[in-house]
Design a protein around this ligand. Structure first.
Ligand code: 13P
Length: 374
């Protein structure tokens, strides 16, 4: 499927329909597009051989999990995976077609050091992208993904880093739509660092504002794309939030810890859900059909719980669907069970399906901790 100029309107409608399908029925995306080095790193931690065959076997485990399509609308593949087959020779793309899961493809070539900006990255992959997209589209892919990474630290992110990454995301998105692929636009503000929730909020909003300015400049059809942002979270090494109140007793001022606090985790879930939705509300145009979060290193359960509270509280007031496009928060428990052993495949598939179901429930605001004990 290659787009012709005279079919412009029909082609736009195909993009809009695909984008809507990706967030329909409370299903979400499964990101299984780890590059070979990233996949190998995760395998190495579990003593799984870092070979093409091990990666193929793992991806077969995921794609053949029975009923995966009940919770997953689209799977993001890596270049190696989109060309692979099951052990019996069935192409992975056929497996996806049979389960009704829309195939997607990661098309960036990774985040590299941004020249003259220590500690910052720029995502590469625009050279030759038009031809690569054409090939993926002919193979059967219907959407694509490009991830930009923004680090928070002393003096960073700089304006140059934010603008360069937003510009690249927008050029990628316009090329995707020209080829008939829905772009997943992923500007990830990283969790690494000691920054506060408030700083993450400010940076996330600045990044998203820039991304939408650039998307508009490049004439990207907002109805035919999906945004894949981070949730707004405090940095991994940020000291725990202490709710304290200053009180004066005589001449002295004391800090008193409030006694009626919610348990730490519950409070954190509410706060993250509220601030994340507020930031998206301020920055993401209503024309965008869906927002599918990355998990970014959160635990699988927290990612589900936070998504759940966002939908439970705000779903009826939001113009876009709030969905998921998790990699680690869906795959990690399954990978740890599989550990490269054929005998563990069924148990690993059950763990994968469980996470997919939990996240589908979170889209409806119906996820509960009880689901984790079932
Ligand atoms: P995580 O959910 O593990 O952050 O991965 C999402 C992703 O696709 C990263 O590009």
């Amino acid at each position: 499927m290659v787009f012709e100029a005279d079919n412009f309107l029909m082609n736009m409608q195909i993009l809009v329909d695909t984008a809507r399908k990706l967030v329909a029925d409370h299903k979400g995306l499964l990101a299984m597009d780890e590059s070979n080095p990233t996949c190998n790193k995760r395998f190495a931690k579990l003593n799984i051989p870092q070979t093409v065959e091990a990666r193929r076997a793992y991806r077969e485990l995921i794609l053949t999990a029975p009923g995966l399509g009940d919770s997953i609308s689209g799977a993001i593949l890596f270049d190696e995976t989109i060309r692979q087959q099951k052990k019996d020779g069935t192409p992975f793309l056929k497996v996806l077609a049979d389960t009704g899961i829309i195939p997607g493809i990661k098309v960036d070539t990774g985040a590299k050091d941004l020249a003259a900006h220590p500690g910052e990255k720029i995502t590469e992959g625009l050279d030759g992208l038009r031809d690569r997209l054409k090939e993926y589209c002919q193979m059967g892919a219907r959407f694509a993904k490009w991830r930009a990474v923004i680090a928070i630290g002393e003096g960073i992110p700089t304006r140059s880093c934010i603008e360069a990454n937003a510009h690249a995301l927008a050029r990628y998105a316009a090329l995707c739509q020209e080829s008939g692929l829905v772009p997943i636009v992923e500007p990830e503000v990283l969790m690494e660092g000691g920054h506060t929730l408030e700083r993450c909020r400010a940076v996330t909003e600045e990044v998203l504002r820039n991304v939408f300015i650039q998307l508009n400049c490049q004439c990207v059809l907002l109805e035919g794309m999906i945004l894949k942002p981070n949730m707004v979270l405090p940095g991994l090494t940020c000291p725990p939030h202490q709710e304290v109140k200053e009180v004066d007793i005589g001449e002295q001022q004391y800090q008193v810890r409030l006694t009626d606090r919610q348990p730490e985790e519950e409070q954190d879930i509410d706060e993250v859900a509220n601030i994340t939705v507020k930031s998206l509300w301020r920055t993401v145009p209503a024309a965008v059909p869906g927002i599918a979060f990355l998990s970014g290193g959160q635990s699988a359960e927290l990612a589900s719980a936070r998504l759940n509270v966002m939908n439970l509280r705000f779903k009826s007031q939001l113009p876009w669907a709030l969905s998921f496009s998790f990699a680690r928060a869906i795959q990690q428990p399954a990978l740890e069970i599989w550990c490269g052993k054929e005998t563990n495949v069924l148990a690993a598939q059950q763990a994968l399906l469980h996470r997919a179901k939990c996240n589908r429930a979170a889209r409806r605001g119906e996820y509960t901790a009880v689901m984790e004990r079932a």
